[in-house]
Design a protein around this ligand. Structure first.
Ligand code: ZN
Length: 532
């Protein structure tokens, strides 16, 4: 249940003596604070977001951790900050695999020709020059393999073949579409068929005692030509496409439609053969990885910090438009607004554009570990990482006594900025894999600004459709202005935010016991993760 913040009476009374356009604006600004008004005007009426976003998402493109595009994005932010007169640096925190995507194609060559819709997974191994042509086979039903010995026998026969390792969908029509058109019995039957197929698929592994996660590597060791999988994301034409787990053989995501086509051909004995090409460049040694850090130094309390946070890295089958291009440009634009209208903050305003988030919040964790002075002086950190929707919730992440500070700051903001924003009380310790965890785990108050979903979960998060066009600039404009207002209020507040945090209790959202994020030692190289 959401608890909406009440707007103080002053909001309605402060400006009744003013006239015209000025009246409309002042009524929106409860305290009449001229800096609040300037932040609002700069963010809402002079937004630079589209100009900032387009080269990042389109020209630099996806920003896979360790890749040259990741470094180009660091340099783009650095150059942009410097052009505004904001101090910025690219801070190296380690090294990572440096992989650049090349051509990848899959063509069905038998029993008929078709170009298949497929994308090589990030960090996939490559095919020999000219590609490979191979039979396509499926993980066999449990009735054929029976146990691990049977599975091992089948494995011998898979050598040199392309193996289908995901569950084929009974239909690539989203459930909502079926529900829209089918009568109730037909809809229920379609769901039953999907569930039964999933259960049958799982039995292919459980019967043989196989760990599905470790399967690609097992197949690679057995000498298959490559693995084909499908990360259908339950919507039209959309797949989640992440990292290869297939070691030194190529790994492809195949669209739901084409994957199920291959599965039907294979399971009906119609001999599908596919020509696969996977080209990529893997640098012979790991390359440095950086966080881009920028700051406007505090004039009164330079050793206390208000921090803005969003990860810059992305998966690479789309262009990281909403994960986390939107968070990136939100924080970039908020810094521009602040430098323009509030160039001498009381506290230091810092922004962290992290790399390595998709590999486990590595960049932000490394920054937190390397900067005890920032943890000690952290007034508040604001992190955003779930897409293009309007920020509708401020998660206090269990910092129970910080909530009054946040409420006070929000009460000073223009009404249309916070009208639809919920302050989550008492707040849930957030341990769900985003960069604020890296600060919360030390007891430093990092808050998570949650956006409304905008089909993020199914359609853009880690998918092939996460592209520039999915950004809604009206929403992001508002978000950047809101973040700038939070930074301003947090910087000005005479009080230092409380660090008292609730431990234990039940998460009202999940019904599970609450877990406080634990600090982990961040890996400083990819190689070191292979020894764990
Ligand atoms: Zn993200």
């Amino acid at each position: 249940m959401r608890s909406h913040l009440l707007i103080p009476l002053a909001a309605a009374t402060v400006a009744t003596s003013l006239i015209g356009a000025a009246q409309a604006r002042a009524q929106d600004n409860p305290t009449g604070d001229p800096i609040v008004q300037k932040i609002y005007d700069e963010g809402m009426h002079h937004s630079q977001l589209e100009r900032l976003a387009q080269p990042l998402m389109d020209s630099i493109g996806p920003r896979l951790t360790g890749s040259s595009a990741n470094r180009a994005a660091n340099d783009y932010l650095l150059k942009t900050y410097k052009s505004w007169g904001i101090d910025a640096r690219n801070e190296k925190y380690g090294t990572w695999r440096d992989w650049t995507r090349g051509k990848s194609t899959l063509e069905l060559v038998s029993p008929r020709y078709r170009v298949l819709e497929a994308t090589m997974h990030a960090w996939s191994a490559t095919t020999p020059a000219g590609g490979v042509t191979a039979d396509v086979v499926m993980i066999p039903p449990a009735s054929q393999t029976r146990d691990s010995a049977g599975f091992a026998r089948w494995l011998q026969t898979a050598k040199g073949k392309l193996v289908l390792i995901s569950e084929p969908q009974t239909t690539c029509r989203p459930n909502e579409d079926i529900r829209m058109w089918a009568d109730s019995a037909t809809y229920q039957h379609a769901l039953f068929q999907r569930d039964s197929a999933a259960t049958e698929w799982r039995s292919r592994f459980t019967g043989a005692g196989i760990n599905a996660r470790g399967l690609p590597a097992m197949l690679a060791r057995a000498g298959v030509a490559g693995v084909l999988s499908n990360g259908w994301s339950r919507g039209w034409g959309v797949d989640k496409i992440q990292s290869s787990r297939a070691g030194d053989v190529p790994s492809f995501d195949v669209s739901c439609e084409d994957y199920s086509l291959l599965a039907r051909l294979a399971s009906n004995g119609q001999g599908p053969r596919v020509h696969a090409i996977a080209e990529a460049k893997l640098a012979p040694t790991e390359s440095p990885v950086f966080n881009t850090i920028a700051q406007i130094t505090g004039s009164e309390k330079p050793n206390e910090y208000v921090m803005l946070s969003a990860h810059l890295d992305s998966w690479d089958s789309g262009s990281g438009g909403t994960d986390n291009g939107t968070g990136t440009i939100t924080m970039l634009e908020a810094m521009r607004i602040l430098k323009t209208v509030y160039p001498h903050p009381k506290r230091t305003i810092l922004v962290g554009h992290w790399s390595g988030e998709e590999e486990g919040e590595i960049g932000s964790s490394a920054f937190a570990a390397d900067h005890p002075e920032v943890l000690k002086g952290l007034q508040s950190l604001f992190n955003q990482d779930n897409g293009t929707g309007e920020i509708d919730t401020v998660q206090t992440n269990g910092f129970i006594d910080a909530a009054p500070s946040l409420a006070r700051w929000m009460s000073r903001m223009p009404v249309d900025m916070i009208r639809n924003v919920t302050l989550m009380l008492p707040g849930v310790p957030h341990d769900e894999s985003t960069d604020s965890d890296a600060f919360d785990c030390y007891g430093a108050p990092g808050f998570f600004l949650t956006s409304s979903d905008w089909s993020y979960t199914d359609y853009t998060w880690h998918t092939n459709r996460d592209t520039y066009d999915k950004i809604n600039f009206d929403n992001v404009k508002r978000n950047a202005t809101l973040v700038a207002l939070f930074a301003y209020e947090a910087s000005e507040d005479p009080n230092f935010v409380s660090r008292t945090r609730i431990e234990g209790g039940i998460n009202p959202r999940t019904g599970q016991p609450m877990r406080v994020p634990r600090c982990e030692v961040p890996p400083r190289s990819w190689e070191s993760t292979q020894r764990r």
